[in-house]
Design a protein around this ligand. Structure first.
Ligand code: HEC
Ligand code: HEC
Length: 467
C-alpha cells in the first residue's frame, strides 16, 4: 500500500515536472506558486484537503488573521437560532417563516432535501407568484400573491396562522438505457394544502431545496464579462446549447444587475441573497428589506422601525458565505476517474458545467480574488425541458430555465449531508438520476449517456464522485 502511494506521488511529481498535457496545467498565480496539474485544487488557494463530514464548513486557508476572525463571527451568526420578539438574544423571528436559523436549512453548510414520508419540511421551500402578464420585454419580475407574497411560509410564531403546507407525491416511471439497464425516475407532484386563506387558482409554485454555501465568494468574483463570453442566447455556434444571463433587481443599486445566486440566478449579490434569506425564510428584517415579510397580511402584529439584524451582522454573515473553503478533488489519478472526465467532455456536459474559470477582484475579499477555480458552472440559464420546468418565470428566467449549478464538492454530499438527493427539488435520488432528468438544451447530453455502456456510465459517475 505504502509502495503504491509512493509510486502515485512519484507519477504526480513527474507529470508536474514535465508539464501536464491538460489545459488546467501548472498555474503561476501572482507571487504564490500554486501547482494544479490535475485540476484538483477546485477553489484555487481557497482549497482545503478534507473529505470528511466537515468538508463544506472550513474557512478558506488563505484568510488573514483579521479576515478569519470576521469569518468566525459570521459562522456564529449563521448558526444563531432566532426567537419571537421580545427576547434578549436574536429576537425577530417571523411572525411567519420557514426555519429558525441559516444552518437548519444549509445543514453543515451543505444541501437540503425534500422531506421523507411523514417528515416535516426542513430544508426545502416553495416560491410563489402570480403570472406576470405585463409586457416588460423578457423581464418577468415575480408578482406577489395577495396574502402570501412570493414564498410559502409553512411555519409561524405562537398564536399566528402559518400560510400553508405542501403535499409531495411521487410517481415512478421506468426508463431503459441502450444496453438494457432499467432505471426509475420519480416524478413529483406538489399540492399546496392547509392554506390560511384561499390561494388563487393561477398561482405559480416553484419548489427549491437549499444549495451548498461554500465557494460562493469565488463565484461572486468571476467578472461579468467572463460569464457573458459563455452566453450564446441565439445559439450562434449551433451546438443546441444557448446559455443566457439573468438580469435581476438589485435593491441597493436600484437597477437590473447580472443574477448569479439561487436556482434561477435570481439574486445579484451575496449581500442581497443573505438579506433576503433573513427576510423571506426567517421573517427577520434588515436595512435592505426593512418591512416584515407578513406586511399587508393578517399575521402582521407590528412593523418595527429598527432592522432586526444590523448591517454589521449582515456583513459578517455575507463574508462567511464568501469565504468558506472549497474541498479538493479526490482520486484524480484513478484511471476510471480520468476516463469519466473524458466522457464528461464528450457528452458536452462541460458546455454548461464549465470546468475552469478565473476570478477577478472581489473588493474586500482578497482570498477569493485572482484565483483559477474549477466550479463546473457557467452561472447561466438553460432551458432544461418540460419535465424539470417549474413554469414560474423569475426575471429573465423562463418557466423551463435553470441556472447551471456548480458541481464542485458534489461527490461529498453523501458524506456531509447523509443523502444523495439532487436537482432543484431533490427529486433525483442519485447522480445518475440527476443526469437522466436533463432535457431541453441538455437532451443531446442525456442521449449520449443513455447510449453509453455500463462501464462508461460508471466511469462518468466516478468522475462526478471525485469532484
Ligand atoms: C427554509 C430554509 C432556508 C433558510 C432558513 C435559509 N436558506 Fe439559504 N437557501 C435556501 C434555498 C431553498 C435556497 C435557494 C433559493 C432559490 O433558488 O431561490 C437558498 C439559497 C441560499 C444562498 C445561495 C446559494 C447559491 O448557490 O446560489 C445563500 C448564500 C444562502 N441561501 C444563505 C443563507 C443564509 C445566510 C441564511 C440565514 C440568514 C439562509 N440562507 C437561510 C433555503 C434556506
Ligand atoms: C444545457 C446545459 C447543461 C448540460 C449540457 C448539462 N447540464 Fe447538468 N445541469 C444543468 C442545469 C441547468 C442543472 C439544474 C437542473 C435542475 O435543478 O432542475 C443541472 C444539474 C446537474 C446535476 C445536479 C446538480 C445539483 O446540484 O443538483 C448534475 C450531477 C449534472 N447536472 C451533471 C451533468 C452531466 C454529467 C452532464 C453531461 C452528461 C450534464 N450535467 C449536462 C445544465 C446542464
Amino acid at each position: 500500500m505504502k509502495f503504491f502511494h509512493t509510486v502515485l506521488s512519484f507519477t504526480l511529481l513527474v507529470s508536474i515536472l514535465i508539464g501536464c498535457s491538460s489545459e488546467q496545467s501548472t498555474e503561476i498565480l501572482n507571487s504564490n506558486v500554486s501547482i494544479d496539474s490535475s485540476g484538483a485544487l477546485s477553489g484555487g488557494d481557497t482549497t482545503i484537503f478534507d473529505g470528511s463530514s466537515h468538508a463544506f464548513s472550513i474557512p478558506a486557508p488563505n484568510l488573514s488573521a483579521a479576515a478569519l476572525e470576521k469569518h468566525l463571527e459570521g459562522d456564529v451568526e449563521f448558526e444563531a437560532v432566532f426567537v419571537t420578539a421580545p427576547a434578549v438574544v436574536n429576537p425577530g423571528l417571523g411572525p411567519i417563516y420557514n426555519n429558525v436559523s441559516c444552518i437548519n436549512c444549509h445543514a453543515r453548510d451543505g444541501r437540503g432535501r425534500p422531506p421523507g414520508v411523514d417528515e416535516k419540511f426542513v430544508s426545502m421551500l416553495f416560491r410563489l407568484s402570480l403570472p406576470n402578464t405585463e409586457n416588460e420585454g423578457d423581464v418577468k419580475s415575480p408578482i406577489p400573491v395577495p396574502g402570501y407574497g412570493t414564498q410559502l411560509n409553512n411555519r409561524a410564531i405562537y398564536g399566528t396562522p402559518a400560510e400553508g403546507s405542501v403535499k409531495i407525491e411521487y410517481s415512478e416511471q421506468p426508463l431503459t438505457t441502450e444496453d438494457g439497464t432499467r432505471v426509475h425516475l420519480r416524478y413529483p407532484n406538489y399540492t399546496v394544502t392547509d392554506t390560511y386563506q384561499p390561494l388563487p387558482e393561477n398561482v405559480e409554485v416553484s419548489p427549491r431545496v437549499a444549495p451548498v454555501v461554500f465557494g460562493l465568494g469565488l463565484l461572486e468574483a468571476i467578472p461579468e464579462k467572463t460569464i457573458l463570453t459563455y452566453a450564446d442566447e441565439t445559439d450562434v455556434n449551433g451546438d443546441g446549447i444557448s446559455g443566457k444571463p439573468n438580469y435581476v433587481w438589485d435593491v441597493i443599486k436600484k437597477r437590473y444587475m447580472l443574477g448569479r445566486f439561487g436556482w434561477k440566478a435570481n439574486q445579484p449579490t451575496l449581500l442581497q441573497q443573505v438579506a433576503s434569506a433573513y427576510h423571506d425564510d426567517m421573517g427577520v428584517t434588515t436595512s435592505l428589506f426593512p418591512l416584515e415579510n407578513s406586511t399587508g397580511q393578517s399575521q402582521l402584529k407590528e412593523n418595527r422601525i429598527t432592522p432586526e439584524v444590523s448591517d454589521e451582522i449582515l456583513d459578517v454573515v455575507t463574508f462567511y458565505v464568501q469565504t468558506l473553503a472549497v474541498p479538493a478533488r479526490r482520486n484524480v489519478d484513478d484511471p476510471q476517474v480520468i476516463h469519466g472526465e473524458q466522457l464528461f467532455a464528450q457528452a458536452q456536459c462541460a458546455s454548461c458545467h464549465v470546468p475552469t474559470l478565473r476570478t477577478g477582484v472581489l473588493p474586500g475579499v482578497p482570498s477569493v480574488s485572482n484565483q483559477t477555480i474549477h466550479p463546473y458552472t457557467d452561472l447561466l440559464l438553460h432551458d432544461m425541458g418540460p419535465d424539470l420546468a417549474d413554469n414560474r418565470p423569475d426575471f429573465h428566467a423562463s418557466g423551463t430555465e435553470w441556472r447551471t449549478p456548480p458541481l464542485w464538492g458534489i461527490g461529498l454530499v453523501r458524506t456531509v449531508n447523509g443523502h444523495t438527493n439532487f436537482l432543484h427539488d431533490g427529486r433525483a435520488r442519485n447522480l445518475m438520476e440527476a443526469i437522466l432528468w436533463h432535457g431541453g438544451e441538455a437532451e443531446q447530453s442525456r442521449q449520449t449517456v443513455l447510449e453509453m455502456s455500463k462501464t462508461e456510465r460508471d466511469a462518468l459517475i466516478a468522475f462526478l464522485e471525485s469532484l
